[in-house]
Ligand binder design. Structure first.
Ligand code: APR
Ligand code: PHB
Length: 390
């Protein structure tokens, strides 16, 4: 089999890249380790920057996000039981975010890819890539028991943090930057109305919590828990009781509880691998970088990588110019590091770090106090939350 761009991974990065290239007449094949149903069963964040929505429109997959997504003009920060609203729209000269789940973004992209008739090899095992340092990169995998070889002009590594693309690069060619955090997030999804019309990020002596949503009838909540916590030890009742304890009195009183549709624990990590290009292999999204979920930058960063990569590849095919491909890594990383900084900062600001010296806790309180009293500081938060320009 031969294609122009071989994409490894059918998460949002791989699917969005495939769709943008398809619209420009560039042929792609995607190989994905899991089934389509499995990809759709993963619950991830749900806040889209305007730039991400614009890119979905360019890919022709934005209609349902516009119809069903919820435009949010602000977010709330709750500190020890008192809520403060950050007016995103007023602080950024009119910018907002769109609450629309990553699962739905993925569903829309999968449907568009099926309608386009592009090839996706799901449940591909033993995926290997080679020759990306030459003019003739290739991938091998097994699909339905049969060996498959795919030759391509380029390989896009969109296979997430645990994928094989980054792992195929010689160790000495990569520089890795990493920060782990001493806690996880326990998430719960339920068909209950959100506790409040906007998201609430709460700092509390018992630990951070986040009240988010997917729609007017579906809520997503998170609790900061120790790294050792197992999801089996959290009944729905225990989750709701703990969440209620961490909320401000008004939110606690109006919280509607119900059976969970999904519960999962995820550790928090900051990670960047540099560079994002090796010969004819380009990494995009979680394959190259991870942010802690505070601030919901993961999917938005993946989308901005894909914007740069699709433009660069289209430029290569249309104009025979390598300029975009040559600048890909540096352009992405400039934006990646700003989002890394913001996600790290918001994580540090809102969580409990009770193992750290008391000095750190005092600084954290002072920073919160400053933020809540300073419009300039709130503007910095708002500008980053709605997304920095590409
Ligand atoms: N071969 C083929 N596919 C693979 C392999 C492999 N060896 N390893 C992983 N994959 C697939 C995974 O099954 C997954 O479907 O690659 C896909 C990667 O998807 P994501 O992990 O969702 O990564 P990405 O598309 O970059 O999306 C970034 O997802 O994790 C969130 O916070 C992140 O929101 C951000 C977004
Ligand atoms: C979510 O809705 O899952 C979500 C929202 C905002 C975040 C993280 C996760 O910062």
């Amino acid at each position: 089999m031969r294609t122009q761009v071989l994409i490894v991974g059918a998460g949002p990065s791989g699917l969005l890249l495939g769709q943008l290239l398809h619209r420009a007449g560039v042929d792609t094949v995607i190989v994905e380790r899991q089934s389509g149903a499995h990809v759709l069963s993963r619950i991830r964040a749900g806040v889209l920057e305007q730039g991400t929505v614009d890119l979905m429109d360019e890919a022709g997959v934005g209609a349902r996000a516009h119809a069903e997504g919820l435009v949010h003009d602000g977010v709330e920060l709750a500190v020890d039981g008192v809520r403060h609203r950050i007016d995103l729209r007023a602080l950024t000269g009119g910018k907002t975010v769109l609450v629309y789940g990553q699962t739905e973004v993925t569903r829309d992209l999968m449907q568009a890819r099926a309608a386009a008739g592009s090839t996706t090899l799901y449940e591909a095992t033993d995926v290997r890539i080679e020759g990306f340092e030459t003019e003739a990169p290739r991938a091998h995998c097994t699909v339905g028991g049969e060996p498959v070889e795919i030759a391509a002009d380029f390989i896009a590594g969109c296979d997430g943090f645990h994928g094989i693309c980054r792992a195929s690069v010689p160790r000495e060619a990569l520089r890795v930057y990493e920060q782990v955090y001493p806690f996880s997030w326990l998430g719960l999804l339920s068909d209950t109305p959100p506790v409040s019309p906007e998201l609430i990020y709460s700092r509390h002596a018992r630990g951070f919590s986040l009240c988010s949503m997917r729609s007017p009838t579906r809520s997503r909540y998170y609790l900061q828990v120790p790294l050792t916590e197992r999801v089996e030890d959290w009944s729905d009742q225990r989750f709701w009781d703990e969440l209620r304890r961490r909320l401000d009195p008004e939110a606690a009183a109006s919280l509607v509880t119900g059976p969970s549709l999904e519960k999962s624990v995820a550790p928090l990590r900051s990670f960047v691998a540099e560079p994002m290009r090796f010969g004819r292999l380009f990494l995009a999204g979680d394959a190259a970088h991870i942010v802690p979920p505070t601030g919901a930058k993961g999917l938005n960063l993946a989308a901005s990588d894909v914007r740069y990569l699709s433009q660069a590849l289209i430029e290569h095919y249309r104009e025979r110019s390598a300029a975009g491909l040559d600048h890909y890594s540096a352009r992405c990383l400039a934006r990646v590091w700003k989002a890394e900084r913001f996600s790290w900062w918001l994580t540090r600001l809102m969580h409990n770090f009770d193992q750290e010296p008391a000095f750190q806790a005092k600084l954290q309180s002072a920073e919160l106090d400053y933020l809540l009293g300073s419009e300039s500081a709130q503007r910095v938060l708002a500008e980053n939350y709605v997304g920095l320009p590409t």
